[in-house]
Write a protein that binds this ligand. Structure first.
Ligand SMILES: C[S@@+](CC[C@H](N)C(=O)[O-])C[C@H]1O[C@@H](n2cnc3c(N)ncnc32)[C@H](O)[C@@H]1O
Length: 251
């Protein structure tokens, strides 16, 4: 994919030479698009720190951290116990090796299911977050809870990114997102980022309805070669669909 980059030199260097060396489940495709979105936020003056629920060994987190502007911070929540008790060590080593300075991020070893909105806010700098990646426990109850934490701590023009949507291993997890969107009519599914593989499944990008215009036209123009022009029918609204190889079935 020639020219398929985030436009942030540190992130693009990591994605080209580093990303594959960090164990994880997010795709390079989605990390490129999300780092581009953070660049766009910075250019529009949308400021704030970022958080990830389900940091694992840092594959996606490092890209977010390298996309931060001055005086912003990255918070990584995980149990850090799976598959063994050395996962936190590998996470910090991966961050160091890929140029994410230790003063730019903080691991948060918590079960997010035990946190309330206030506690989560206290653990993320007590200011609205501009990008929140939700990739922790994939049960409907846990996702519902993590979405509640993210929603309450989101910058008005910020983005919630949900991983493993439409993953064959979690076929009904989208029902939780549907319930969330019905309960929050001010929120929209703005974009679906398609899969690269079964271990790098699609992500949903959610934001406030009045923030959609900040992102959707730019995404369609910047990632023209990845844009599925029919888009997606997102509960009566139109959403952007980006996919590595856009096409419709031949008949
Ligand atoms: C799919 S992995 C995350 C992959 C990572 N985001 C990446 O891009 O490579 C899911 C992670 O969520 C963590 N997790 C599961 N339940 C959790 C919980 N209740 N609280 C915090 N983290 C949790 C697991 O420990 C695991 O590391």
């Amino acid at each position: 994919m020639t020219g398929f980059q985030s436009g942030i030199p540190a992130v693009d260097a990591y994605l080209a030479d580093g990303f594959d060396g960090v164990r994880g489940m997010s795709s390079r495709f989605s990390a490129t698009i999300c780092a581009h979105l953070m660049r766009r936020q910075s250019e529009m003056g949308i400021r704030g720190s970022v958080a990830e629920i389900g940091t694992f060994e840092g594959r996606f987190f490092i890209a977010l951290g390298l996309a931060l502007a001055e005086r912003e911070h990255a918070y990584g929540f995980d149990l850090f116990t799976w598959p063994d008790d050395k996962v936190l060590d590998r996470f910090t080593e991966n961050a160091r090796r890929n140029g994410l300075a230790e003063q730019r991020f903080t691991p948060r070893p918590f079960d997010t299911g035990t946190l309330d909105v206030e506690t989560f806010a206290g653990l993320t700098g007590r200011a609205p977050l501009r990008f929140i990646h939700v990739d922790g426990e994939h049960s409907p109850e846990a996702l519902g809870h993590d979405l509640m934490l993210a929603h309450a701590n989101l910058h008005p023009q910020g983005l919630i990114c949900l991983d493993d949507m439409l993953h064959p291993g979690y076929p009904f997890l989208v029902v939780t997102v549907h319930d969330y969107l019905r309960a929050h009519p001010d929120m929209r599914l703005m974009c679906v980022i398609d899969r690269e593989d079964i271990v790098a499944a699609p992500k949903f990008l959610i934001c406030r309805a009045d923030a959609v215009r900040l992102y959707e036209t730019d995404l369609m123009a910047t990632f023209k070669s990845q844009h599925f022009i029919l888009g997606g029918d997102a509960m009566g609204h139109h959403c952007v669909v980006l996919t590595p190889n856009p096409r419709i079935a031949e008949v």
